[in-house]
Design a binder for this molecule. Sequence first.
Ligand code: NAP
Length: 290
Amino acid sequence: MLYRIETMAIMIDGKELARKVRSDLKIECENLKAKGINPKFAVIMVGDDPASKVYVRTKSKACDEIGVEYEEHILDASITQKELIELIHKLNEDKSVNGILLQSPIPKHLDIDEAFREISYEKDVDGFNPINVGKLLLNQDTFISCTPFGIMKMFEEYHIDLEGKNLVIIGRSNIVGKPLMACCLNKHATVTICHSRTKELKEKTRNADILVAAIGKPNYVTADMVKEGAVVIDVGINRGKDKKITGDVDFENVKEKASYITPVPGGVGPMTVAMLMNNVIKATKNQNNI
Ligand code: NAP
């Protein structure tokens, strides 16, 4: 799975690693079924955001591949907060459902924070319930949100040791930057988290042994921002007018300087869905005391 590209960096092949994770999960799922346990995953989508539709389809395909039962609840964009919460409570109480995910974004008149809070922390496979966020900060066993979890899996698989490393994350979102900060701190990295108000960003990124870009701006991280030999993880997914997907890192130039780099597409993206499936199997096992 390790191969060098042109001069320097080893490409971290998220697509291949995700395939391996899914194949291991398929075996775990078969073992659960042999015990009479059928993992089931429920997705709630509100409205018909085109990008959300694509993400939901990817999740349903992953369930099919692994053998997880998939249940989809597509709600009209005009639904009330009360109706949304009622559905969440129904799924919480349904013993046949092991994992619940609310696809974001949801329409602006709805309170997503309350909705995440109401998903039982035991079925919160996205890791957004504040109980699970708190457990992550306290370095306790929990559901880690899937993108940071996928990045941690990449570090593990490629033997990238975080202990004592200067690790810089650009982006402080609740779904990527902040949980990744906690994961890396738990693995003893010295973490710096940057955002749009950060001053002298380049000075900070040039000091990074490991640099993670989760910004949402195409090719924002240029080679002059990267230290020679750094590990560079690109979380960005930026869709151009031509529908082509670009990351946040200027891959062509940065790969000449980095020691490891993730491509876009085929890097962090596939890992996110694989780790979601990992969380569904984990939830099923937890709920069955396995
Ligand atoms: P987000 O919520 O929009 O957060 C972006 C972060 O980048 C914010 O913290 C923002 O700072 C910071 N930022 C924006 N411009 C900056 C600048 N010029 N300098 C420094 N920091 C800047 O985005 P997100 O949800 O974390 O997603 C980030 C990217 O990752 C997007 O492209 C998204 O599509 C992608 N993504 C990929 C996956 C995957 O599976 N591969 C999963 C999730 C997200 P402020 O906080 O100050 O505004």
